[in-house]
Each structure stands twice: as structure tokens, then as C-alpha cells.
Design a protein around this ligand. Sequence first.
Ligand code: 4LI
Ligand code: NI
Length: 184
Amino acid sequence: MKDIVRDGDPVLRQVAKKVEFPLSAEDRQLAADMMAYLVNSQDPKIAEKHQLRAGVGLAAPQVGVSKQMAAVLVPTDNPDDPKPVLKTVLINPLIIVQSVKDAALAEGEGCLSVDKDIRGYVPRHDRITIRCQDMAGNTIRLKLKDYPAIVCQHEIDHLNGILFYDHINKENPFKLKDNTVVIE
Ligand code: 4LI
Ligand code: NI
């Protein structure tokens, strides 16, 4: 897999193309490579060895491929249960239901394509239902809330040429609407 594309590269501002089924060998490899990056980046030893920045989501445009595909790997916070909270590849995802209630990460968001720290709340929907396709081409629905919902909205934004800081209030980066929960 090529290196991660940094902010300023036009591919990050393009609307990604739909993925067609059956998946090509190239698209399968792309999905596998993106997920492998996340797995490796979350392993402190491997990350240090290969100088990988840790992430829980990676979208195809971030590796220079303008296709509607993103890998998400949200690890468990329970040391007794190694099962990830969410491990999936989203293909052609669409948010079909969204809550009125919003949510934002207390510490703001980071992005593997954005090297600088850009502070401020990134308002997202607290709950969403995504319709997307799985690797076999089946249409599936994912009902998500809180952190996994935020991560998927960040990744779906990438497929539409949107970066997290586009959502930060320019006058007051920490201003929030009163329907917003802050997630620690
Ligand atoms: C090491 C091993 C503090 C600062 C807290 C690290 C394994 C920020 C949070 C991780 C912040 C893992 C993350 C995202 C934030 C901040 C992403 C650490 C990797 C926390 C993921 C896509 C936004 C997702 C919570 C500017 C690369 N990830 N932290 N935001 N973690 N990680 N985002 N915010 N402040 N970004 O970045 O993958 S949605 Cl899992
Ligand atoms: Ni990102």
C-alpha cells in the first residue's frame, strides 16, 4: 500500500467513485491493506518499528484511491475481551438515519492525513444508521452510536471530500449547540 496522502492533495477533496461488484482483486487487496494498516498501527511494537500513526479509521482516498471504501477498527477498552467494538469495511456507505442529538469527542478529532493538531469540537450525529455493502456485495445496515458512530461519520466524510476541521466553528472552536453530548 502506498503512503498515506496528506492534506493539500486534491484526492482528499474529491467525491469518491462507487465501488462495483463483484469486487476486483485490486479492491479486495485495498480493503485488506487498509485494515492491516489499522491493525498494525494499533500495535505499539509494530507502530514504532514502521513509524505508523495510530488510527481507528482509514478511507481509500487517504491512500490515494478515490473509491467509496473505508476500513474501521475500534478496539475494545475491556482488557478481558479482545473482540473489537467495531471492525468492518464500509463500501458505498450512506447515512440513512441520523439523530437530532449530536456528539463530539472531548479531545477533538485527529486524522492520519492531517499532521497538525487542529483543536475544537467536531459536531457529529450521536446515532446513525448506515446502509452500505459488505465484501460479498450484500446490502447491510449498521446502527451505531457514540464513538463508533463518530468514527464512521469521519470516514464517510472522506469519501465526500470533507475533512474533520471543516466542521469546527471558526469563531469559537469550542462552541457547541445545546443538543450535543461530549464524549470522553
Ligand atoms: C494508540 C494505540 C486525545 C486526542 C484523545 C492510539 C491504539 C485526540 C482523542 C490509538 C483524540 C489506538 C483518535 C480520532 C481522536 C485528538 C482516527 C488514539 C487511535 C485515539 C485513534 C477517526 C477521529 C479517528 C480521542 C486532536 C486518526 N482518533 N483520537 N480522534 N488511538 N485515536 N479520530 N481524538 N485531538 N484518527 O486527536 O482514527 S475519527 Cl486505537
Ligand atoms: Ni481522517
